[in-house]
Ligand binder design. Structure first.
Ligand code: FAD
Length: 300
C-alpha cells in the first residue's frame, strides 16, 4: 500500500480483500484490498475529497464488464452502492450510476420510451456506460444523454449537459479520478410493444453471436481504423488458441473467454500471443478495448 489510509476514509462503508473474480464479468484477478461502497452521493464525495487531500490514488469500479485485472489492487477502489431508483419526467429518465445498463434499456421499453434499445445486451452499470460512452449498432449513449452529474478529482460535484468533445468512441473525459454519479437521458415516446420487441431482438442477437455462456469482458481489442479486430484475429488462425483456462473464443475471435479457472498470467499471455501473431500476420498493432488494471506499481 503506497499510503496509509486516513481515518475519515475508514469511516465510510468498505470491505477488505474482496476477490476480483466476484467483481468482474471475466472472473480473473487477485484481491481488491480496499473496496469502498458509498450509499449516497455525499459519501462518494467524502471519499474523493479525502483521497484528493491525501494525494491518494484510487480506482473506480462499475459492473466490472470492461476490465481485465492482473494481480491484487492495493489502492482504494470506489464502487457506488446507491439505491437503484429510477425517476421519470415525461420522456426523461434519470438513474444513479449504480443502475444496471441493461435494466435501464428494459425499463425504457416498458415505459414506452425509445432510444436505449441499442443498450440491450451491454452489461455493467450506467456509470460505466457513461464513462465508456457505451454503444452498439451505430448508436452511443451520448446521443440520448440530457444531463449528467459527476465528481471532479478534487471532489467538486458538477451537473451539466454534454459538450462537444467530452465523449468519443468508447471514451469520455470521465477518467483520472472523475466519478460519474447519475445521468438523465432524453428519449422519444413510442409504442411500448414495438420498443420492447427491439430490446428483445438486440438481446437475442448477442446470444447467437457472442460466447455468453462463458465468462468474458466483451470485445478485448479495439477495431483498428477501417478494420475488424475479430476478423484480423480469425484470419490469423487464432480462434481456439488456449493458454491454461483462457481461450480465444471459437465463436467470436475478439472475445477471450475464461473457462473457469483462468489466472491473470494465462490472460496476460493469451492477450500478448494474440497481439504478436496479428502483428506478424497482418502488420497491425491491436490495442486493448478493455481497461487493464495492473498492480502493484501502476495505479493511476
Ligand atoms: C458480453 C459483453 C458485451 C459487451 N458489449 C458491449 C457493446 O456492445 N458496446 C460497448 O460499448 N461495450 C460493450 N461491453 C463492454 C462493457 O459492458 C461496457 O464498456 C460497459 O459500459 C462498462 O460498464 P461497467 O459498469 O461494467 O464498467 P467497468 O468495467 O466497471 O469499468 C469500465 C471503466 O469505467 C470506469 N467506471 C466505472 N464506473 C464509473 C463511474 N461511476 N464513474 C467513472 N468511471 C467509472 C472504470 O474505472 C473503468 O475505467 C460488453 C461487455 C461484455 C462482457
Amino acid at each position: 500500500m503506497p499510503h496509509p489510509l486516513p481515518d475519515d476514509l475508514l469511516t465510510l462503508p468498505h470491505r477488505r480483500d474482496v476477490p476480483f473474480p466476484k467483481l468482474t464479468t471475466l472472473g480473473v484477478g487477485g484481491l481488491c484490498r480496499w473496496l469502498f461502497e458509498p450509499a449516497t452521493e455525499a459519501e462518494a464525495q467524502r471519499f474523493v475529497q479525502a483521497c484528493a487531500r491525501e494525494a491518494l490514488p484510487y480506482r473506480v469500479l462499475g459492473g466490472g464488464s470492461n476490465l481485465v485485472i492482473f494481480g491484487d489492487v492495493e489502492v482504494p477502489v470506489l464502487r457506488l452502492a446507491f439505491p437503484k431508483t429510477l425517476r421519470q419526467d415525461g420522456p426523461r429518465l434519470s438513474a444513479p450510476a449504480s443502475y444496471g445498463h441493461i435494466r435501464l434499456s428494459q425499463d425504457a421499453g416498458r415505459l414506452g420510451l425509445s432510444g436505449l434499445e441499442y443498450a440491450a445486451g451491454i452489461p455493467g452499470s450506467t456509470g460505466g456506460a457513461l464513462r465508456m460512452n457505451a454503444g452498439a449498432y451505430g448508436t452511443e449513449l451520448v446521443e440520448v444523454l440530457d444531463t449528467f452529474r459527476f465528481l471532479t478529482p478534487d471532489g467538486d460535484l458538477i451537473e451539466k449537459r454534454p459538450d462537444p468533445g467530452e465523449f468519443g468512441y468508447r471514451s469520455s473525459f470521465l477518467t483520472g479520478g472523475h466519478v460519474a454519479l447519475a445521468y438523465t437521458v432524453r428519449l422519444a415516446p413510442g409504442d411500448a410493444g414495438v420498443i420492447q420487441a427491439k430490446v428483445a431482438e438486440n438481446m437475442g442477437r448477442r446470444g447467437t453471436s457472442q460466447p455468453l455462456s462463458r465468462r468474458n469482458a466483451g470485445c478485448i481489442f479495439k477495431n483498428p481504423a477501417g478494420l475488424s479486430a475479430g476478423r484480423l484475429i480469425d484470419q490469423a488462425g487464432l480462434k481456439g488458441l488456449r493458454i491454461g483456462d483462457a481461450e480465444v473464443s471459437p465463436d467470436h475471435a475478439n472475445f477471450l473467454i475464461n473457462h473457469g479457472h483462468a489466472t491473470p498470467e494465462d490472460f496476460d499471455a493469451l492477450m500478448e500471443a494474440v497481439r504478436e501473431k496479428v502483428r506478424m500476420f497482418h502488420g497491425v498493432e491491436l490495442e486493448p478495448e478493455v481497461e487493464i488494471w495492473r498492480s502493484p506499481g501502476s495505479e493511476g
